[in-house]
Design a binder for this molecule. Structure first.
Ligand code: OKP
Ligand code: ZN
Length: 341
């Protein structure tokens, strides 16, 4: 398995997030990536494949906003991390406002994702990490690539940030794989949280399958996406599959949903797989409520690898930092074993 990582992904370091009515320390820390790297060994650096594959997924105005947001925040006389406080939820007009607070609202959907000085730099290289892993697999250097992405991506939509995510690394890699003629492409999202950004990006797209196993949004973030009755829209109806599970889910309860997800990937005639992998399904994750054990991550990797598809595994969440490296290594070891089985 080829592994990609870029040191510039460590620069993004917001201080705090709004959580349960107060400020708490930002959970998506740079040492998450460092602990994974320490557990899995050396990685190739990302190559710069430019902004075009990012712009193929994200709105041009959003990218201009994101690149400039922290500078605009400082120019408005603020310090620290940029964060919005007014979200134009219903029927927002497409007006091109200049005030940073208006732009933060326009291009985000929550208060858990501050923009720090280097956020654009880290998000850009996180996307390049996914693209480089895709490029390596496409060139045939290995059948599987692990993109050690950070910040994560699956909550970011075409024109919005949120949930610690800025650029949707998995969607960018999926679109690039399709563009290179490697499809049909399926995205299997096995982070604890529903990948609302990925779902939105491909909801109306008939030849991109999005399948997600996640905590029931009736009880868990992101609440307004990921319910079982969301199947895709327009021409994409039927190419979205949501498998929400209750808090407390252990391997015995998780595996039937996994069976269903894998069956959907097979039924789609998938030729290329993107896995949005979050280790926040772990029993001791501090912000999540499933009960997978480290040994379950081995099984999970084996089961996904048994699809025997060329794959890019894109890192998403996982916040039990002391266990994170070993959990990711367990998943990747299982994946390697499952390919050979
Ligand atoms: C990102 B990923 C809890 C409130 C929710 C956002 C969670 C984003 C998770 N502090 N904060 O899917 O792991
Ligand atoms: Zn998550």
């Amino acid at each position: 398995m080829i592994t990609i990582f870029d040191q510039r992904q460590l620069l993004h370091a917001p201080v705090r997030e709004l959580h349960n009515g107060g400020w708490t320390a930002y959970a998506e820390t740079p040492d998450r990536a460092e602990t994974i790297l320490a557990a899995i060994g050396p990685a190739l650096p990302a190559r710069d494949m430019g902004v075009a594959p990012i712009a193929a997924v994200h709105d041009a105005g959003y990218l201009r906003f994101l690149e400039a947001a922290h500078r605009d925040w400082l120019a408005a006389g603020r310090d620290g991390d940029a964060i919005g406080y007014a979200w134009p939820v219903v029927g927002r007009r497409d007006v091109d406002l200049t005030r940073i607070d208006a732009r933060l609202g326009r291009y985000s959907y929550d208060a858990s994702t501050p923009i720090a000085e280097h956020s654009w730099m880290s998000a850009y290289w996180s996307a390049q990490t996914a693209l480089t892993a895709l490029d390596e697999v496409a060139r045939g250097s290995d059948g599987v690539g692990f993109a050690l992405c950070r910040p994560c991506g699956h909550h970011a939509g075409a024109d919005y940030l949120g949930g610690y995510c800025f650029l949707n690394n998995a969607a960018i890699a999926a679109a690039e794989a399709r563009g290179r003629g490697l499809g049909p492409v399926a995205i299997l999202d096995i982070d604890y949280h529903h990948g609302n950004g990925t779902q939105d990006i491909f909801a109306a797209d008939p030849d991109m399958l999005f399948v997600s196993i996640h905590a029931d949004p009736a009880t868990d973030y992101p609440f307004y996406w990921g319910h079982a009755d969301e199947h895709g829209s327009g021409a994409g109806a039927g190419t979205t599959l949501n498998l929400p599970l209750p808090r407390g889910t252990d391997w015995a309860a998780y595996e039937p949903a996994l069976d269903q997800a894998l069956a959907a990937v097979k039924a789609f005639d998938t030729r290329f797989l993107i896995v949005s992998f979050g280790a926040d399904t772990f029993v001791d994750d501090p912000i999540s409520h499933f009960r997978l054990q480290r040994s379950d991550f081995v099984r999970l990797g084996q089961r996904v690898a048994a699809l025997a598809l060329p794959s890019v595994i894109v890192m998403e969440g996982g916040y039990a930092t002391a266990d994170l490296g070993d959990n990711v290594a367990a998943f990747l070891d299982g994946f390697e074993g499952g390919r050979r089985a």
